[in-house]
Design a protein around this ligand. Structure first.
Ligand SMILES: Nc1nc2c(c(=O)[nH]1)N[C@H]1C(S)=C(S)[C@@H](COP(=O)(O)O)O[C@H]1N2
Ligand SMILES: [Mo]
Length: 424
């Protein structure tokens, strides 16, 4: 049943309420009837109160029930259109709240599997066009100032299906789950480069990982001197093996692939390396037949995570629409939500703090009348970019693209509360 609300008028069509509307008395709780025991004046004790509990693990795990039902979603090469990837797991965005991804649920993409590295033996070398080539152990890096910064990480292949099938209705976790948010801790690459002394004429840094994929990417020197980190920590603990233990390159706002895991070498150069991952992959084919290379920053994007196609609405009444917005350019400035297929839009509330190049959670109340509704979000960032409708993006970029899709994502709620992706 609908709850009680203050008298603010609706913010947009088809039940979107003002974001400042305070939701109370939603009527979802069950009424309590006194039990027989309570009627006799004896409080009923749950079993957990009648015997001692257990001791926690030295390194804690989620509750057993959660471990059994909340998982990263694996995908096989066949499901991935035959593209051979050794290891790929999506973050279950429909199960999570807030903006920080638990390390055990961070998405994971490792082109040749996850190597087993020994932290005490691992080193990073900085060489090439530098006055003093340097070699760092983890221990030596730990002596530098360790900064922490919260940032999203997104594979530029996230939401790729949007280029081809607008109503594919893949589960949210698979359409959008190559995306996670983390507080990364590490040393600024700029300070290490300062110590090595970059030679004049240098423009690029070639980063290489210690895995069997020999994944290497060229990074513009300007980015390396700006906010790039050599990350050792994620959400306060040391990196997980799948995130690049014991160290990875982290380029805030840049496409996932550039964030080289299991980092072993940084070579300062004049020219980019033109590796396999910046020629055969991670380039954007344009309608002209030419390809964009080094399209590194991630575009402004958003998606409604609650509700989504992993959920079903059970009763008409008031719901909170909630989702994630992010931009590789900086802060999310504004998120609008529509409940009527784009005829009208209302501003959602952005949860503070809104951090640059980090996931931002947006929320807005919505009254569902039990009729079909089309829901979507549209994000704006602080360089003035707006998340485009799919048809506008396709006009600009054609249909042959694979990476960097950031079109508006529509959910259709049917009269029976079932939710699926649609093209609007
Ligand atoms: N060495 C190395 N670095 C790598 C990769 C890899 O396979 N090997 N995968 C890249 C890709 S394509 C992405 S999207 C991100 C994924 O980071 P994650 O697995 O920590 O989520 O790491 C990048 N860095
Ligand atoms: Mo990626």
């Amino acid at each position: 049943m609908p709850g009680k609300f203050s008298k603010l008028p609706d913010a947009a069509g088809n039940g979107l309420m003002d974001r400042r509307q305070f939701l109370t008395g939603l009527g979802t709780a069950a009424l309590i009837a006194p039990s027989m025991a309570e009627a006799r004046g004896q409080p009923e004790l749950p079993a957990s109160m009648t015997s001692p509990g257990s001791r926690p693990e030295p390194y804690g795990l989620p509750a057993a029930d959660e471990l059994a039902r909340v998982k990263r979603i694996p995908i096989t090469p066949e499901q991935n259109g035959g593209v051979s990837l050794r290891s790929l797991h999506f973050t279950p965005l429909d199960r999570l709240r807030g903006t920080y991804t638990p390390a055990g649920l961070h998405f994971e993409l490792s082109h040749q599997g996850v190597p087993k590295l020994i932290a005490d033996e691992h080193t990073l070398i900085i060489h090439g066009m530098v006055k003093r080539p340097l070699k760092f152990s983890i221990e030596s890096l730990e002596r530098y100032p360790i900064e922490t910064h919260s940032h999203f990480l997104e594979c530029s292949g996230n939401t790729t299906v949007g280029w081809r099938s607008p109503a594919a209705n893949l589960p949210l976790a698979i359409s959008h789950g190559l995306l996670s948010g983390t507080q990364w801790g590490g040393v600024r690459l700029a300070s290490l480069l300062g110590e090595a002394g970059v030679e004049p004429g240098a423009q690029w840094i070639i980063a290489e990982g210690a895995d069997a994929g020999s994944v290497a990417r060229s990074l513009p020197l300007a980015k390396a001197l700006d906010d790039t980190l050599i990350a050792l920590y994620q959400n306060g603990e040391r990196l997980r093996p799948e995130q690049g233990y014991p160290m990875r390159l982290f380029n805030p706002g840049y496409e996932g692939n550039s964030n080289i895991k299991w980092l072993r070498s940084l070579k300062v150069t004049r020219e980019p390396a033109m590796t396999r991952f910046e020629t055969a992959r991670y380039t954007d084919l344009l309608p002209s037949g030419k390809a964009l290379q080094f399209s590194l920053p991630m575009e402004v994007k958003s998606v409604i995570t609650h509700p989504c196609n992993a959920h079903q609405l059970v009763n008409r009444g008031t719901y909170e629409i909630s989702g994630l917005a992010w931009s590789g350019a900086g802060r999310v400035r504004r998120v609008e939500v529509s409940a009527d297929g784009g005829r009208s839009w209302a501003d959602a509330d952005l949860e503070a703090p809104v951090l640059p190049k980090m996931l931002t959670r947006f929320r807005i109340p919505w009254r569902w009348h039990g009729q079909p509704a089309e829901l979507a979000s549209r994000a704006y960032d602080d360089i003035g970019a707006v998340q485009p409708p799919r048809n506008e993006l396709l006009q600009r970029r054609g249909k042959q693209s694979f990476y960097h899709y950031n079109g508006i994502h529509w959910w259709q709620v049917s009269a029976d509360g079932i939710i699926r992706q649609v093209d609007v």
